[in-house]
Design a protein around this ligand. Structure first.
Ligand code: SOE
Length: 367
């Protein structure tokens, strides 16, 4: 479109569609310096369902073919299943359309590499949606680690635990299909943990991992039995470039855990620990032996907080998407670099791929 207002198109309108539509709606009030947006096109294969979602999310029009949607917008939010991340994102970038793509970047490393190559040859911004980087307490932890408050990092311990597949009759969905999703808990949840470890500390250099599927078949919405071809759970040990060791675990079968996204980092001088279920807080140990202090990361000078409420008036999960959208749209409008970009998404995919190979070969894999 090429005006000051960015025209937005969204591909997919499930859970993530709602999270990003909510974020876009909050921007004018809380991030007035973010670019103006016009919610123009919502794209989905089923025209009636897309129309219903467009009305709910506040989009003006619908398209059923993503190629037509791309023609009409400045920015594409690619929020569909993982197997529709690759071609539409590449086409959009080749047309000069900015892209924010949900994680994991692609079902396969090859797809992620092709997307990163398209981003490298395009002037448009290509963002991978690792929203947990935009939790104030995580950004606060990153600053502490970067400032050396924790000393030399020795350990990273990250786990992402959910329980929605404990029930063997929980319904089959695209998330359980290798062709659509690429990986299961490893790609969907582990990708967040791997990104946080690399964001907070350093790159993963080698992994030894194992993946497990507990339930091989599940009923689909029509009651037919469908094969589960991805992992229900994975764990891995890893080395990082700085010499630290890391462990990762993600599962959809951790009874009682709804959304435990936790990370702990220990260094020679101190430590931090974080759990999304208490997302306003960061536990910090600063080198003495008096134990962890719990810092409430809601002061005006804490990351992102000046945009919200007075100290102690906590924020929630959905705010991470508002922060992410503000940063992405600013980069798109100003032609600036953005992190995490498609190169970062590809690098996380490399680790996911290495863990899958390690599981198959039952041996360590170097990156
Ligand atoms: C899966 O249940 C899921 O929605 C992931 O796809 C998201 O990335 C995570 O933030 C919450 O859980």
């Amino acid at each position: 479109m090429g005006t000051d207002t960015l025209s937005i198109g969204v591909l997919g309108y499930g859970f993530m569609g709602k999270a990003h539509a909510n974020a876009l709606g909050r921007l004018p009030l809380f991030f007035p310096d973010a670019p103006d947006v016009s919610l123009d096109v919502l794209c989905g294969r089923d025209a009636d369902a897309a129309r219903e979602a467009a009305d709910r999310f506040g989009f003006a029009d619908v398209e059923t073919d993503w190629r037509d949607a791309i023609e009409r917008v400045d920015v594409l939010y690619n929020l569909g299943p993982n197997d529709v991340h690759v071609e539409p994102s590449i086409r959009a970038l080749d047309e000069g359309v900015h892209v924010l793509c949900e994680k994991p970047l692609a079902p396969t490393l090859d797809g992620a590499k092709r997307m990163a190559e398209a981003a490298a040859r395009s002037d448009a911004v290509a963002a991978t949606a690792f929203n947990y980087r935009f939790v104030p307490a995580i950004e606060y932890a990153r600053q502490l680690i970067a400032d050396g408050v924790l000393g030399e990092i020795r350990h990273v311990r990250a786990r992402y635990l959910q329980d929605w597949l404990v029930d063997p009759d929980a319904p089959w969905s695209w998330r359980l299909d290798a062709d659509s999703a690429g990986a299961g808990a490893l790609g969907d949840l582990g990708a967040h943990s791997i990104d946080l470890a690399q964001f907070l500390v350093d790159d993963v250099t080698a992994v030894s991992g194992q993946c497990t599927t507990f339930v091989d078949e599940r009923p689909d919405d029509d009651g037919r039995s469908r094969s589960v071809t991805v992992d229900d759970a994975f764990s891995a040990q890893a080395t990082l470039a700085c010499g630290a060791t890391a462990t990762f675990e993600a599962t959809r079968c951790a009874t009682g855990h709804k959304n435990t996204n936790a990370i702990e980092v220990e260094g020679t001088e101190g430590a931090i620990r974080f759990d999304l279920e208490r997302l306003n807080e960061l536990d910090v140990l600063r080198g003495d032996d008096r134990g962890f202090e719990t810092v409430l990361v809601t002061d005006p000078d804490d990351p992102y907080i000046e945009h919200w409420w007075p100290p102690g008036h906590t924020i929630g999960w959905e705010h991470t998407f508002v922060h992410e959208n503000a940063a992405f749209l600013r980069a798109a409008a100003d032609g600036d670099d953005y992190e995490p970009d498609f190169g970062t998404g590809r690098d996380v995919q490399r680790v996911v791929d290495a863990i899958q190979r390690s599981d198959e070969r039952r041996e360590w894999v170097s990156l």
